[in-house]
Design a protein. Structure first.
Length: 230
Protein backbone atom coordinates (compact mmCIF):
# COMPACT_ATOMS: atom_id res chain seq x y z
CA UNK A 1 0.00 0.00 0.00
CA UNK A 2 1.36 3.41 -0.96
CA UNK A 3 1.94 5.98 1.76
CA UNK A 4 -0.44 8.99 1.90
CA UNK A 5 0.77 12.19 0.33
CA UNK A 6 2.20 14.72 2.76
CA UNK A 7 -0.30 17.25 1.45
CA UNK A 8 -3.15 14.98 2.57
CA UNK A 9 -1.93 14.66 6.16
CA UNK A 10 -3.05 17.14 8.80
CA UNK A 11 0.29 17.62 10.55
CA UNK A 12 -1.12 19.30 13.63
CA UNK A 13 -3.90 16.76 14.19
CA UNK A 14 -1.41 13.93 13.78
CA UNK A 15 0.96 15.52 16.29
CA UNK A 16 -1.84 16.19 18.76
CA UNK A 17 -3.08 12.60 18.54
CA UNK A 18 0.41 11.30 19.32
CA UNK A 19 0.86 13.68 22.25
CA UNK A 20 -2.50 12.79 23.77
CA UNK A 21 -1.89 9.06 23.42
CA UNK A 22 1.56 9.27 25.01
CA UNK A 23 0.40 11.45 27.89
CA UNK A 24 -2.84 9.52 28.41
CA UNK A 25 -0.98 6.23 28.84
CA UNK A 26 1.75 7.90 30.91
CA UNK A 27 -0.92 9.13 33.31
CA UNK A 28 -2.12 5.56 33.77
CA UNK A 29 1.46 4.54 34.61
CA UNK A 30 1.65 7.44 37.04
CA UNK A 31 -1.20 5.95 39.07
CA UNK A 32 1.01 2.95 39.88
CA UNK A 33 4.01 4.95 41.05
CA UNK A 34 5.13 4.15 44.60
CA UNK A 35 4.95 6.99 47.16
CA UNK A 36 3.35 9.44 44.77
CA UNK A 37 4.02 12.97 46.06
CA UNK A 38 1.36 15.55 46.83
CA UNK A 39 2.71 18.70 45.17
CA UNK A 40 2.27 19.50 41.48
CA UNK A 41 5.94 20.04 40.63
CA UNK A 42 6.89 16.71 42.19
CA UNK A 43 4.08 14.85 40.43
CA UNK A 44 5.19 16.42 37.14
CA UNK A 45 8.66 15.02 37.68
CA UNK A 46 7.25 11.53 38.20
CA UNK A 47 5.14 11.95 35.06
CA UNK A 48 8.24 12.95 33.09
CA UNK A 49 9.72 9.46 33.42
CA UNK A 50 6.38 7.77 32.76
CA UNK A 51 6.28 9.65 29.45
CA UNK A 52 9.62 8.10 28.42
CA UNK A 53 8.44 4.56 29.20
CA UNK A 54 5.17 5.01 27.35
CA UNK A 55 6.84 6.62 24.36
CA UNK A 56 9.29 3.73 24.06
CA UNK A 57 6.44 1.22 23.81
CA UNK A 58 4.41 3.30 21.35
CA UNK A 59 7.43 3.98 19.17
CA UNK A 60 7.63 0.30 18.24
CA UNK A 61 4.40 0.87 16.27
CA UNK A 62 5.35 4.35 15.02
CA UNK A 63 2.88 6.01 17.40
CA UNK A 64 5.26 7.80 19.75
CA UNK A 65 6.87 11.22 19.75
CA UNK A 66 10.05 11.80 17.75
CA UNK A 67 11.50 14.20 20.32
CA UNK A 68 11.06 14.38 24.10
CA UNK A 69 8.79 17.17 25.38
CA UNK A 70 10.35 20.26 26.88
CA UNK A 71 9.98 20.18 30.66
CA UNK A 72 9.26 23.40 32.58
CA UNK A 73 10.81 25.44 29.77
CA UNK A 74 10.04 28.95 28.55
CA UNK A 75 7.67 29.64 25.68
CA UNK A 76 9.44 29.92 22.35
CA UNK A 77 9.40 33.24 20.44
CA UNK A 78 6.51 33.70 18.03
CA UNK A 79 7.07 35.12 14.55
CA UNK A 80 4.11 37.48 14.91
CA UNK A 81 5.77 39.28 17.83
CA UNK A 82 8.01 42.06 16.54
CA UNK A 83 10.01 42.15 19.77
CA UNK A 84 10.49 39.99 22.85
CA UNK A 85 7.10 39.41 24.46
CA UNK A 86 6.24 38.84 28.12
CA UNK A 87 5.03 35.32 27.27
CA UNK A 88 8.63 34.30 26.45
CA UNK A 89 9.40 34.40 30.19
CA UNK A 90 6.55 32.02 31.10
CA UNK A 91 7.07 28.30 31.63
CA UNK A 92 4.38 25.79 30.68
CA UNK A 93 4.81 22.43 32.39
CA UNK A 94 5.30 20.48 29.14
CA UNK A 95 5.73 21.64 25.56
CA UNK A 96 5.79 19.14 22.70
CA UNK A 97 7.36 20.63 19.60
CA UNK A 98 7.73 19.53 15.99
CA UNK A 99 8.48 21.03 12.59
CA UNK A 100 5.36 21.42 10.46
CA UNK A 101 6.60 21.13 6.88
CA UNK A 102 3.14 22.02 5.59
CA UNK A 103 3.67 25.54 6.94
CA UNK A 104 4.59 27.84 4.04
CA UNK A 105 6.59 30.27 6.22
CA UNK A 106 9.63 28.47 7.68
CA UNK A 107 9.81 31.06 10.47
CA UNK A 108 6.45 29.72 11.65
CA UNK A 109 7.14 26.04 11.09
CA UNK A 110 8.21 25.21 14.67
CA UNK A 111 4.96 24.46 16.49
CA UNK A 112 4.35 23.48 20.08
CA UNK A 113 1.59 21.54 21.80
CA UNK A 114 1.48 22.98 25.32
CA UNK A 115 0.31 21.04 28.38
CA UNK A 116 -0.29 22.72 31.72
CA UNK A 117 -0.82 20.66 34.90
CA UNK A 118 -2.82 21.51 38.01
CA UNK A 119 -4.15 19.68 41.06
CA UNK A 120 -7.87 19.17 41.60
CA UNK A 121 -9.91 18.46 44.73
CA UNK A 122 -10.59 19.96 48.13
CA UNK A 123 -8.84 23.23 49.06
CA UNK A 124 -5.28 22.84 50.29
CA UNK A 125 -4.67 25.36 53.12
CA UNK A 126 -5.21 28.72 51.36
CA UNK A 127 -4.91 27.32 47.83
CA UNK A 128 -8.33 26.61 46.34
CA UNK A 129 -7.50 23.90 43.84
CA UNK A 130 -10.58 23.86 41.64
CA UNK A 131 -10.82 27.65 41.29
CA UNK A 132 -7.11 27.93 40.61
CA UNK A 133 -7.32 25.26 37.92
CA UNK A 134 -9.16 27.97 36.00
CA UNK A 135 -7.38 31.08 37.27
CA UNK A 136 -3.81 29.79 36.95
CA UNK A 137 -4.41 27.10 34.34
CA UNK A 138 -7.09 27.75 31.74
CA UNK A 139 -6.62 31.51 31.86
CA UNK A 140 -2.99 31.14 30.82
CA UNK A 141 -4.24 30.13 27.38
CA UNK A 142 -6.22 33.36 26.97
CA UNK A 143 -4.03 35.92 28.75
CA UNK A 144 -1.43 37.38 26.33
CA UNK A 145 1.07 37.76 29.18
CA UNK A 146 1.20 33.96 29.30
CA UNK A 147 0.10 33.22 25.74
CA UNK A 148 0.08 29.45 26.04
CA UNK A 149 -0.94 27.81 22.77
CA UNK A 150 -0.34 30.92 20.70
CA UNK A 151 -0.45 30.39 16.91
CA UNK A 152 -1.85 26.84 17.18
CA UNK A 153 -5.43 25.62 17.34
CA UNK A 154 -5.35 23.46 20.48
CA UNK A 155 -3.54 22.53 23.68
CA UNK A 156 -4.25 20.50 26.81
CA UNK A 157 -4.40 20.58 30.58
CA UNK A 158 -3.79 17.74 33.01
CA UNK A 159 -5.77 17.61 36.24
CA UNK A 160 -4.33 15.61 39.13
CA UNK A 161 -7.47 14.56 41.03
CA UNK A 162 -6.50 14.17 44.69
CA UNK A 163 -9.86 14.28 46.48
CA UNK A 164 -13.63 14.94 46.03
CA UNK A 165 -16.07 13.30 43.65
CA UNK A 166 -15.27 13.87 39.99
CA UNK A 167 -18.65 15.41 39.17
CA UNK A 168 -18.38 17.78 42.15
CA UNK A 169 -14.97 18.92 40.90
CA UNK A 170 -16.39 19.63 37.46
CA UNK A 171 -19.22 21.67 38.99
CA UNK A 172 -16.78 23.80 41.00
CA UNK A 173 -14.43 24.25 38.05
CA UNK A 174 -17.30 25.29 35.79
CA UNK A 175 -18.61 27.71 38.43
CA UNK A 176 -15.26 29.46 38.06
CA UNK A 177 -15.32 29.30 34.25
CA UNK A 178 -18.69 31.05 34.48
CA UNK A 179 -17.18 33.72 36.72
CA UNK A 180 -14.54 34.26 34.01
CA UNK A 181 -17.25 34.25 31.28
CA UNK A 182 -15.65 31.19 29.69
CA UNK A 183 -17.37 28.29 27.94
CA UNK A 184 -17.75 25.38 30.40
CA UNK A 185 -15.79 22.15 30.26
CA UNK A 186 -17.70 19.05 29.15
CA UNK A 187 -16.96 15.38 29.78
CA UNK A 188 -16.16 13.63 26.49
CA UNK A 189 -17.67 10.25 27.41
CA UNK A 190 -21.04 9.27 28.82
CA UNK A 191 -19.79 8.59 32.36
CA UNK A 192 -16.83 9.11 34.64
CA UNK A 193 -14.05 6.51 34.78
CA UNK A 194 -13.21 5.89 38.42
CA UNK A 195 -9.52 5.10 38.92
CA UNK A 196 -8.56 6.05 35.37
CA UNK A 197 -8.05 8.99 33.02
CA UNK A 198 -11.07 11.05 32.02
CA UNK A 199 -11.07 13.17 28.88
CA UNK A 200 -12.94 16.47 28.75
CA UNK A 201 -13.11 19.29 26.20
CA UNK A 202 -13.58 23.02 26.15
CA UNK A 203 -13.82 25.65 23.43
CA UNK A 204 -12.23 29.03 24.07
CA UNK A 205 -12.79 32.32 22.31
CA UNK A 206 -9.51 34.19 22.69
CA UNK A 207 -9.78 37.87 21.82
CA UNK A 208 -6.14 38.71 22.65
CA UNK A 209 -4.30 35.55 21.66
CA UNK A 210 -4.42 34.15 18.15
CA UNK A 211 -6.02 32.05 16.87
CA UNK A 212 -9.21 33.24 18.51
CA UNK A 213 -11.00 29.91 18.10
CA UNK A 214 -9.17 27.45 20.30
CA UNK A 215 -9.80 23.97 21.67
CA UNK A 216 -8.51 23.07 25.11
CA UNK A 217 -8.51 19.38 25.96
CA UNK A 218 -8.47 18.21 29.58
CA UNK A 219 -7.12 14.93 30.96
CA UNK A 220 -8.07 14.29 34.58
CA UNK A 221 -6.24 11.39 36.18
CA UNK A 222 -7.79 9.86 39.30
CA UNK A 223 -5.09 9.84 41.99
CA UNK A 224 -7.44 9.80 44.99
CA UNK A 225 -6.18 6.44 46.23
CA UNK A 226 -2.58 7.05 45.18
CA UNK A 227 -1.56 10.44 46.55
CA UNK A 228 0.21 9.76 49.82
CA UNK A 229 1.80 13.16 50.49
CA UNK A 230 5.39 14.22 51.05
Amino acid sequence: MSRPLLSKIDSWSNHEARVLEVFGLALMLLRHEIDLPDQEVDINRKLWFCIHRTNRELSFNNRGLISPPSYDSKNAPDRDDEERAARENKRPDFSCGFYDHQESDPDKSAKFYVIECKRLGSPSSTWVLNKNYVRYGICRFIDPKWGYGKSVSSSAMIGYVQSMELQDILIEVNNETANKTLIPIKLSGERWIEGGVNHLEQSLNRSRVQPARFRLRHMWVDLRCRTLGN
